[in-house]
Structure formats: C-alpha cells, structure tokens
Design a protein around this ligand. Structure first.
Ligand SMILES: Nc1ncnc2c1ncn2[C@@H]1O[C@H](COP(=O)(O)OP(=O)(O)OP(=O)(O)O)[C@@H](O)[C@H]1O
Ligand SMILES: [Mg+2]
Length: 349
C-alpha cells in the first residue's frame, strides 16, 4: 500500500534580486497514517517552505517547486492543477499556519470563518455548517462555543485564537495535519494544552501529523520520528529515540545541547555559534561546515571535503532501525567525543 505521504528530493527555490534562494534543496521524508513526524531546525532552515510546498502554496513568482515529488497516497501533488489542489487542501491535507493572527480575518466572526472552510469542501447548508463549526469549537476545548462562534478574532486570547485555527484546520477531518509552530506564540501552559489537544485529536481522528518547530522539547513530547533540517536539507532523520539518545550529526548535537533541562542543576546552556547563512549563499560543501565545531579543529583541515563535497544521507552503521545522517565524518566525530568524554546531551541530563 502506498505511504500516506512521501516527499522525494523536493527542491523549492525563490528567484530573488539577490540570486536564487535554495530554501529547500533535495529534501526527503515520509509520514504514515496516525503518525507524528517532527520537523525541527533553526529559523530559516526551510521548514515552512517544505510545508507550504506540500500545500502547493508557494508564492509564484518568486518561488517555484523546481524538482522532486510530493506523493500523497502515491499521487504526485506537484502534478496537480489548481482545482485539484483546492480539493486536496482542507479536505485531505490541512495546515495550521505559523502566524495565527494574520491567518484569521479580523472582519469576520470566528464562526463564519470555520463555516466557510466547511462549506467550501462539503456539500452542506449554512445551518449544518454552523452546527458542525460549533461542534468543532467544542472539540478543541473552547468554553461556551455558541458564544465564541459569534465573536471576532480580536475578542479572543492568543490561546483561544490558536484553538480556532486548529478547529478550522480540522473541520473537514483531514488525513494529514501540518502544524507549523502551532505553539510558539503562546505561553508555556497554553503550549502544553495545545500539544495535548493535537495529540488527543490525532488519536480520535487517526490523522498523520507533521509537527514543525525549532524546539526539540516539543518534538520529544509528541513525535515518533524526527527529521532534523539544516539550511535547506535534512541533516539527520530517524525515530525520536535515536535522535535523542544516539545523535550523530554535529548539528543535532548542538540543538540537543541547547534544550533547557529543568531541575537538572546544569550550568549554562550552550547555543550553536553563528547563524544559518542566507539561502542565496549556502556553502558548496556541507551546509553546516561554517558552524561545525569539528571542522577547522585538529581533526580536519580547512581543505577537507566538508568544504567542498556535499554529504548525502547514509544509514548509520551499527543501528538496526532507519537512521540516516548527512555528515562525512560522523564516525570519527563520535570516536573523538567518546575519547574526550563528551556525553550525548540527553544522557548528561
Ligand atoms: N517568499 C520568499 N522569497 C525569498 N526567500 C524566501 C521566501 N520565503 C522563504 N524564503 C527563504 O527560504 C528560507 C527558508 O525559510 P522558511 O520560512 O522555510 O524557514 P523556517 O525553517 O520555517 O524558519 P522559521 O523557524 O523562522 O519559521 C529562508 O532563507 C527564507 O529567507
Ligand atoms: Mg517557519
């Protein structure tokens, strides 16, 4: 049977005045029914562009999917025309967008906006849509849904607005939900509630979920498998346990080192030095080489292949599960870390 979703060698570029921004450049991952896949990486890594590519919502111009396949149950969405895509969006694949404040229209009530999503995709009357919308508001845990139905977005708190967004995304019972940083703008307790809610709805509705975040803490809460993205590419990809307890890529190690560990009495948090380079100007070898602490060290010289040859994802040796990493020297780095007593961040916790 075909996978629910399979992304193969996806390339999405933006043609800008500063040159070609290769925002997503050869990305692969897949999603099973009922599964949560975490897509994690720092700002600018290409997470949202990957999601918007799946939804076929890349603004053109300047953007374009230039290569690859997006297989939804075996059908390649990159080949679909606008009309067919419109049927897929909302009906089969729904997305909670990164900016809820801009995604809700301030001049319409919350109810009207959910109704519209329902009516667009299902053959129902306005009255039926309203009933369904109120049911959705109830499902996502909004108190007094009949009253909230008639309110405008500005009358709701950030947490409630986010719930309205989730209600809208789920109103047509999609098979895939893409949640792009669904909790970033919210305070911690509301964050936990929203994640709990997505998990609960997923159990009830059996959706596949792609959870996008820059926060590995969120990923640890919800994801079975994790794709770590760096600068337009997947750097490491495996199940969550492997990513947390047997990480191989220096970038994954850096991310894990920057998770705060409460009550663990640990010292300062380390962050990865430097920034993600602009998408118009990625290094020609490994995209992480400008920030990798193992490059330029005693182990490697500046003319090593890190600078010149792009590493491809390879299966990590000695592991029976699917665990791929794109680093020329992951084995050497591991040996060196063991020698230097450099603990895996999750073990040090
Ligand atoms: N419309 C656009 N025009 C030009 N470049 C773009 C456009 N949209 C995105 N990009 C570039 O694509 C790259 C990836 O952006 P993307 O929004 O996917 O990052 P992200 O991983 O979602 O980051 P964040 O965590 O901040 O949301 C960035 O370098 C960004 O500048
Ligand atoms: Mg984003």
């Amino acid at each position: 049977m075909a996978k629910l979703l399979e992304i193969k060698n996806l390339k999405t570029y933006f043609y800008t005045d500063d040159g070609v921004a290769k925002a997503v450049d050869g990305v692969n991952f897949d999603l099973d029914q009922g599964e949560t896949l975490g897509l994690v990486g720092e700002s600018g890594c290409g997470k949202s562009v990957s999601a918007l590519s799946i939804m076929r919502l890349i603004p053109n111009p300047p953007g374009k999917i230039v290569d690859g396949e997006i297989l939804f149950k075996g059908q390649d969405l990159t080949k679909f025309d606008d009309k067919k895509m419109q049927e897929i969006r909302g009906n089969d694949i729904a997305m909670i967008f990164q900016e809820p404040m801009t995604s809700l229209n301030p001049v319409f009530t919350c109810g009207d906006q959910i109704d519209e999503a329902v009516i667009l995709h299902q053959q129902v009357t306005k009255e039926e849509a309203k009933k369904r919308s109120i049911g959705m508001l109830h499902l996502v845990g909004i108190p007094a849904p009949e009253q909230r139905y008639n309110e405008y977005p500005h009358q709701l708190s950030g947490g409630l607005r986010q719930r309205v967004m989730i209600a809208m995304a789920l109103s047509c019972n999609p098979e895939i939900l893409i949640a792009d940083e669904p909790t970033t703008a919210l305070d911690v307790t509301v964050q936990a509630q929203i994640l709990e809610l997505i998990k609960k709805l997923q159990d009830e509705l059996g959706m596949g979920v792609i959870m996008i975040t820059h926060d590995l803490g969120v990923i640890a809460e919800v994801s079975k498998r994790v794709a770590v993205m760096y600068a337009s590419k997947v750097a490491e990809y495996s199940n969550a346990e492997e990513i947390f307890y047997n990480p191989k890529h220096p970038y994954t190690l850096g991310l894990l080192n920057s998770i705060p560990k409460l009550n663990k009495g640990q010292g300062r948090l380390s962050t990865i030095e430097g920034n993600v380079p602009p998408a118009t100007n990625y290094p020609s070898g490994c995209h992480f080489c400008t920030r990798c602490k193992y490059v330029d060290s005693k182990l490697y010289t500046a003319d090593s292949k890190c600078w010149n040859i792009e590493p491809v994802l390879e299966q990590v040796s000695g592991t029976s599960t699917m665990h791929v990493v794109a680093c020329h020297y992951y084995k050497e780095i591991e040996k060196r870390r063991i020698k230097e007593g450099d603990k895996i961040p999750s073990d040090a916790a």
